[in-house]
Design a binder for this molecule. Structure first.
Ligand SMILES: *Cc1c(COP(=O)(O)O)cnc(C)c1O
Length: 349
């Protein structure tokens, strides 16, 4: 009976695998780094990483080091793990123990990583970040040559391997992204002139990876599209579907309304009430209200307690995708998924 009132996020392994295959095929010959930040966009980072590695994904990106360290235990020694947020010395040491590649976006962080590599005896694998205009972490053009010099010096002393250069794009306009790529290429060229090899180059996340082949490097960092979250106000993506559906159960039917056991306390924005359709056994129906712990859906013929209502998913019951819900309230699909609280039970198929 407990289950009757607990909302469930049902993550579908077959869909995640199909999305990974669609992205991998599209980006070939670039290699997919699947990003599983924000606990795998709300679906569960450990689950997503296990499915991805089983499907042949060789690189997993996590944002933070603790997640990468946890995933090393989940996925074994072989896959590359990449964590890029500037971290504490203790976390750097933990990353080195777990053979996590580090994204490094400042001289200070670079120097701290070198100190930890020296102290722990583990050679650090470093991807140096170029600030190509987003001004969100990364070495500026002024700092770049010094950063490369410090990194190459530490490499000669056996403390690090400088394995790559990377950056992040605004994805606001093609012209801006083109200019960012020019800055990136210039920085990579200067590093190569002084002897850096930089086998891994990566610049693009989902949207630019998908639509701008000319911006792809040896790696592409793709999170949202692997989980089936298309860009807000962006096109539908052939071969890509939401990898999870959110299901709540009808607790009572009265006055033409089916009341379901999910609300804003579970992480759904109350603004969705009155603005979107949800999936029911009879197809799409209006979500009339979203209160704290329950919501009201326009009733359908025969609606009764125990019926399942799908808040978002692949559309099999007439429901919308997370991004379509997000568009109705001016946000992005990631936010619909990542705000779901731990009370929402995660189920894996
Ligand atoms: C989140 C993130 C990504 C993945 O972005 P998506 O749009 O979800 O594919 C890639 N790189 C960096 C640096 C990120 O922060």
């Amino acid at each position: 009976m407990d289950r009757l009132t607990t909302p469930v996020l049902r993550a579908d392994e077959a869909v995640l695998r199909a999305n990974i295959a669609a992205v991998s095929t599209r980006v070939d010959p670039a290699t997919l780094m699947m990003v599983v930040k924000d606990d795998g966009y709300g679906l569960g980072a450990a689950w997503a990483a296990r499915v991805a590695v089983d499907a042949g994904v060789a690189w997993i990106g996590t944002y933070d080091i603790p997640t990468a360290v946890q995933l090393r235990a989940e996925v074994g020694a072989r896959p590359r793990l990449f964590a890029w947020v500037t971290s504490t010395d203790d976390e750097i040491a933990a990353a080195l123990h777990s053979h996590v590649d580090l994204g490094v976006g400042s001289i200070d962080y670079l120097e701290r990583v070198i100190v930890q590599a020296d102290a722990t005896g583990f050679r650090a694998r470093i991807h140096l970040k170029v600030d190509t205009g987003l001004h969100r972490n990364g070495l500026s053009a002024d700092e770049w040559d010094e950063g490369i010099r410090i990194a190459l010096d530490a490499q000669h002393r056996g403390m690090i391997d400088l394995v790559g250069a990377w950056s992040h794009l605004a994805e606001a306009s093609d012209a801006e992204d083109d200019a960012a790529q020019e800055r990136f290429r210039a920085a990579v060229g200067r590093a190569q002139e002084v002897g850096a090899e930089l086998p891994e180059l990566h610049l693009t996340a989902s949207a630019a990876t998908w639509a701008r082949p000319e911006l792809r490097g040896s790696l592409v960092r793709v999170g949202a599209f692997c989980f089936g979250i298309r860009s807000a106000d962006g096109p539908d993506l052939p071969g890509i579907e939401p990898a999870a559906e959110l299901v709540a159960t009808v607790s009572e039917v009265r006055d033409g309304e089916a009341i379901i056991g999910i609300g804003s306390f579970d992480g759904l924005p109350s603004l969705l009430g009155g603005r979107v359709n949800v999936g029911t056994p009879a197809g799409a129906r209006r979500l009339l209200r979203l209160d704290a712990t329950s919501a009201a859906v326009q009733a359908w013929p025969g609606s009764s307690p125990g019926d399942e209502v799908v808040l978002f998913g692949r559309g099999r019951s007439g429901e919308e995708t997370p991004t379509t819900l997000a568009e109705a309230i001016g946000t992005v699909g990631e936010e619909i998924l990542c705000r779901l609280t731990p009370r929402v039970h995660r189920e894996y198929r």
